[in-house]
Design a protein around this ligand. Sequence first.
Ligand code: GAP
Length: 480
Amino acid sequence: MEKLNALLKRRGFVYPGSELYGGVANTYDYGPVGTELLRNIKNLWWKVFVQKRDDMVGLDASLISHHKIWEASGHVASFADALIDCKSCKTRIRADHLIEEYLDLNSEELKNKQVITEKITKEELKNAIETKKVEGWTPEKMEEFITVYALPCPTCTKRDWTSVRRFNQLFPVQLGIVEGDQGSAYLRGETAQGMFVDFDNVVSSTRVRLPFGIAQVGKSFRNEITLGNSVFRTIEFEQGEIEYFFDPKKEDWEKLFEQWKNAMWGFVQYSLGVKEDNLRWREHTDEERSFYSKRTEDLEYNFPFGFKELWGLAYRADYDLKQHIAYSGKELFIVDPDTNEKVIPHVIEPAAGINRLFLMVLADSYVEEEERTILKLNPKIAPYKVAVFPLLKNKPELVEKAREVYKMLHERIDGIVVWDDRGNIGKRYLSQDEVGTPWCVTVDFDTLTGNIVTIRDRDSAKQERITIDELAQYFLSKLS
Ligand code: GAP
């Protein structure tokens, strides 16, 4: 992870947020190359899940939203992290993260050394040791675990902890200057609520019929403490969420659930080009699953810091629409055109973290080969598609011809074609490999006489000669 982090900063993928002023913890800025990669992932997600399906529509809801939305959704009452502070060095950490890290490092030893506890049942303890997860545990259970196993502070190694307390993760927004307005709105904690709140607007302004989905890609905000694994968990992040509405009397939810599992896995493996071995499904235990969900499964990726959630899939039934009906006092339904009956649909919700998809493709494509470091990114999402070089930058005739090739490709290829004339050819290849540019084109003296250029392939480092007339088509067919 250290090497990847260094590359991400050095090459302009990700910078620490507000670095000039000492930084703001758990925030990041995306640099020129990172911005392109992030945008390409979002665009591909949108294309696959919205534009190429006839049962989906898009939405772009406000980030600032009415406090009642979050009361109805349950976030105001229970969207909280359990935190603990080290009394000695003042490190604040999520209690579940502290325990899960400990379980990760000591699981073998713990299998033979289970301490008798009052609040944690034998079964819960066994399950936690096996899965290395304590999601759904109460603060009291976590506190007991930290005490009986004498967990050390990861910063100063002392064992002097405060009690475990809950902190709500929503960010309140102070609107206007009128006293009393404070707390009247929140920055959204998930994009999902927009789809429920605008359900009636979408139904009455479009011709959707069940089953159909509303999708949204956009920022969400959660005031959380993180373990510092780059952009894996941040306080401001992007989600790609879908609420797939259906009539439970007409559709088999288990079948739909399986279809969504296949669509999510397929996107990660085939559209993003991630290795199958690094993916797995994990079903939530009864304890960690929300009370209204009939089934929740996480698609996990094997990050350098272990298998972690990438994309959640939950069957939320009609919980959210019914909550908004109760809190708003308005009817929310869709009319079945066959029976004329009002239907409050159920939903299946695939909820992806776009920044996690970003970190995943970088981790998955990072390769060190002899003297070069390569990001073997799928060309469809690579920040730059082609780099064009003149063999020598001090030969005006080569530079002029290379500029012509660059301009032609720039106009014909959908995606960025980049110009590079720094250093020697070898250094240019190395630097393009590090940002994942799939192909480099060199204009040399043969180009001046025979219209022939050299294409060098990023992954194999093999070179081939091709005429300028064939060049654009060569890349277009590879990128299609
Ligand atoms: N509407 C359901 C929902 O928001 P979630 O599991 O809390 O579910 C969905 O979030 C996805 O959003 C997660 O699978 C994860 O990829 C991403 N995500 C959640 N919190 C995040 C954070 N603090 N930073 C980056 N990504 C996050």
